[in-house]
Each structure stands twice: as C-alpha cells, then as structure tokens.
Design a protein around this ligand. Structure first.
Ligand code: ADP
Ligand code: MG
Length: 263
C-alpha cells in the first residue's frame, strides 16, 4: 500500500536487517518497502520487538542495513544523517550540559558554533524559554522530552524521525504533547516518520499509519487518515476517527498472528 507516485522524500526498498552473526542472528526486518512524500506525517505502529526502531535507525543512517536501498531526498540515507533530526526513545540528554547546551549540540558537531539566538528561538518554540540554564536533572519528564524535540528541531531538519517520543509520559501530558508536536510540525513542513505504540496517537497525528508485523518486521499494510487539519482533540469522538483506528487495529491483529515465531 506504499505510495509509488511522484518523487518520495524517503524511499525504502527491499530493506532487511539482522543483528548478530550467523549462528545467533536475529532477523529484525524483512522486505520492508516504504515511501514517504515530502511534508507527509507518517506513523509506524507494530508489536514490541518488531523492528520499528531498527527501521528508523536505518532511515536515519545510524545503522547500515544488511540489505536494501534507502534514499532520503534522492541520496543514500547514510550521507544524510547530519541533516536528519532524530528524537530517541528516551530524551538522551547529556547530564553535564544545560538545556541550551544540549540543544546546541547538533549545531556544534563538525566544529561549528551554535547561534545563541537560534537556540533561544527553538527553546521558545517548545515552550522552554527561561529554562536554557537548567540541567537535565532539574527537568520534569515532559520538559526533558521537549528539550529533546528542541535539539532535533534546532537544525531545522527536512526530515524528522521520532522513536516513541511520548512513550515515557503519562496519558494526559502525552495527549497535550502530541497536539503540541503537531502544531510545531504544521509550522515546519518537515517530513516526519514517528514510531508509536498508541493507535489513537498515530491516527490523531498522521496522514498515514503504517502497520508492521511482529519480528522479523514487515509492513502489513497502511491506513490513510483523511481527517481535517489542524487536528483537534474533539476529532477523537468522530466516526471517521474511530473507523481509522479500527482499521489500524485489525491490521495489527493480522500482523501479530501471521506466521509462526522464528525459533
Ligand atoms: P521495536 O523498536 O519494534 O521494539 P527493535 O528494532 O528495537 O524493535 O528490535 C527488533 C529486534 O531486534 C528485537 O528482537 C531486538 O531484540 C533485536 N535487536 C535490536 N537491537 C539489537 C542489537 N543492537 N543487537 C541485537 N539485537 C537487537
Ligand atoms: Mg523500539
């Protein structure tokens, strides 16, 4: 169900990846094809251990896939890693750097100096102005996660990859943060691939939800989300929203039942 029309911003073809060596190899991904249009917001959902993080890391050029071809903007993903914003599964902040220092980090890589105005502007965008001098241990979970967003957004990336970015937050903070995240994305126009284990979060945020199977991860199918934008919390009660969620859930069910476990 992947889109093949036009000129996709992210193109993944025949991706397979295993960890470990022959005897104890773990097949994490198999035959994954995924095309993401420029400016599209795509979520990836699937069972835990099904290779979602592996897929995201391959797209981000953080690991070299065992097989297949990944292009971002028409060039191999590995050469693009400096231009891709990546939000890890936990905030992964450096404890000895302040909030500003953490946000500046990707801007300093390569020997550059971060523009303090750019850092301040990004902190402002995530609602953390005034917290630049704080250290990670002084932040709540939500603030640490906002810092991680700011660090990814500071580079003004064309492509933003997010691995369960709201996973560590409680339900209420999480619902607020997902809409907040969406408003940041609406302003930036970047292409997003977000891994999440929450079906409502995937439906609420995305143009398309891609469903992966259990390990080795394959794409079971995708559901287009034709809900109006800007998205609002009240959409959750509409028949359209519920219909999309139920299509995603049935694909999840199909993906976790198809085929025997591999040892
Ligand atoms: P998900 O993000 O969907 O939970 P992952 O991509 O993290 O899945 O992992 C897919 C499979 O690969 C899992 O079985 C996991 O244990 C294995 N795996 C992930 N990372 C490594 C690694 N660095 N070394 C060995 N096995 C790994
Ligand atoms: Mg993961």
């Amino acid at each position: 169900m992947s889109r093949t029309m036009g000129d996709p911003h992210i193109s993944v073809r025949g991706l397979a990846h295993s960890y470990g060596s022959n005897g104890g190899a773990t097949a994490a991904l198999d035959s994954v094809d995924l095309h993401v249009e420029r400016g599209e917001f795509v979520s990836v959902v699937g069972p835990s251990g099904g290779g979602k993080t592996t897929l995201l890391r391959c797209i981000g050029g953080l690991i070299e896939p065992g097989a297949g071809r990944i292009e971002v903007g028409g060039r191999p993903a590995a050469r693009r890693s400096g231009e891709i914003g990546y939000v890890f599964q936990d905030p992964s902040l450096l404890p000895w750097r302040t909030v500003s220092g953490n946000v500046a980090l990707p801007l300093e890589i390569g020997g550059g100096r971060a523009d303090p105005a750019r850092v301040a502007e990004t902190l402002d965008a995530v609602g953390l102005s005034g917290f630049g001098g704080h250290y990670p241990h002084q932040l709540s979970g939500g603030m640490a996660q906002r810092t991680a967003f700011a660090r990814a957004l500071a580079m003004d990336p064309d492509v933003l990859l997010m691995d369960e970015p709201l996973g560590a937050l409680d339900e209420i903070t999480r619902a607020d943060m997902s809409l907040y995240l969406l408003s940041l994305w609406e302003r930036s126009g970047s292409t997003v691939v977000m891994v999440t284990h929450s079906v409502p979060e995937a439906v609420m945020t995305s143009d398309r939800v891609v469903v992966m199977s259990s390990r080795p991860g394959r794409i079971v199918g995708a559901v287009d989300i034709p809900l109006q934008r800007p998205r609002e919390r009240s959409l959750e009660d509409t028949p359209e929203f519920l219909a999309c969620s139920s299509r995603v859930r049935s694909l999840l069910l199909a993906g976790s039942n198809n085929g025997a476990p591999d040892h």
